[in-house]
Design a protein around this ligand. Structure first.
Ligand code: MEV
Length: 337
């Protein structure tokens, strides 16, 4: 039996535009998904996901992984999560060269599902690592990132970038532009996350942006403008000393770019009333800037604020269900046992 964990992430800049080859900067944060994998004597997969749904959830299916969609899963969100687990098992089987190895899998996560914090990427990354190590194969994080990307790409009908999976596998701040993925130096940024208790459908949201971009030149220009925001932001990070706390001036400049990025994402139709309400609450409380993170439609915002003001304001914001400070996770995927 092996146990692996991988972190979730917030997007400092660049979600959605990254799908069309613009750069993005996601940062791994200390909220992790933990996957336990135990090889079985048969080719079945049994998944237990105690804390992914209110009543706990267990499912078992056999034979080829194609059987997975037929199993009875109570909610669309959970069905999506099982799709990611299944795709991770498929990648692990391929990596160990045994297409019929079965597993008992347990998923635990303190990353809310479908809320923009990279829950699916973290489950896939930790799942591939746990299942391959359980079969005696140790993959480097770069290969786990590549395989996790293939898994997400498959589940999301070919509409995934490498950003979430690379960030979760490698940890820290990363820059992704097409196939070019690398970790970058960044100071510890004072991230505050507000969560509306809901979720967005990544596939639908990505498809919506794709349609707008194909239909209107100004939507395509909006996507390019997000890329320009990212390039401006990464230049600011490159000039900062990663070992020093960020200066107020840097935070003000980055915050302004967060606000701009949120405006562009809003124009592309991926924000929501509750995300906007949390963003405005954070700004009015004095955050340097705030934006939605991830696919949008509902879920989380990220704000930059070294003081307690944003956390306090979000706690009293009716649309906000949970608020927490998110530390940069310098470690990506890691063995827990
Ligand atoms: C989802 O977390 C981020 C998106 O940019 C999709 C992707 O990059 O695959 C919306």
């Amino acid at each position: 039996m092996t146990v692996s964990s991988a972190p979730g992430k917030v997007y400092l800049f660049g979600e959605h535009a990254v799908v069309y080859g613009e750069p993005a900067i996601p940062c791994a944060v200390e909220r992790r998904a933990t996957v336990t994998a135990d090889p079985r004597d048969d080719d079945h997969i049994r998944v237990e996901a105690a804390d992914l749904s209110l009543d706990g959830f267990t499912v078992e299916y056999g034979g080829p992984t194609d059987d997975a969609p037929d199993v009875d899963v109570p909610t669309p969100l959970l069905r999506a999560a099982m799709g990611y687990v299944d795709a991770a098992v498929e990648q692990a089987r391929d990596a160990v060269g045994d297409e019929s190895v079965g597993f008992d899998i347990t998923v635990e996560s303190d990353i809310p599902l479908g809320a923009g914090l990279g829950s699916s990427a973290a489950v896939v990354v930790a799942g591939i690592d746990a299942a391959t190590r359980a079969c005696g194969v140790d993959l480097p994080p770069e290969e786990i990132a590549e395989r996790a990307y293939r898994a997400e790409h498959q589940v999301q009908d070919g509409q995934a970038s490498r950003a979430d999976t690379f960030c979760s596998a490698m940890g820290g701040a990363v820059r992704v532009e097409g196939d070019d993925c690398r970790t970058i130096d960044a100071p510890e940024l004072p991230f505050v996350v507000g969560f509306d208790g809901g979720a967005g459908d990544t596939g639908e949201l990505v498809a919506g942006v794709r349609k707008l971009r194909e239909e209107y030149d100004f939507a395509a220009d909006t996507v390019t403008a997000i890329g320009d925001v990212v390039r401006t932001g990464e230049a600011l990070l490159a000039d900062a000393d990663p070992d020093d706390p960020p200066s107020d001036e840097l935070l003000a400049e980055l915050g302004g770019l967060l606000n701009f990025d949120h405006g562009l994402l809003e124009a592309l139709g991926v924000s929501s009333r509750s995300l906007d309400a949390m963003v405005w609450s954070a700004r009015e409380a004095g955050a340097h800037g705030a934006k939605l993170t991830g696919a949008g439609g509902g879920g989380c915002i990220v704000a930059l604020d070294p003081t307690d003001a944003t956390e306090t304001a979000l706690r009293y914001t009716p649309d906000c269900d949970d608020v927490f400070r998110a530390e940069l996770a310098t470690e990506g995927v890691r063995a827990e046992g």
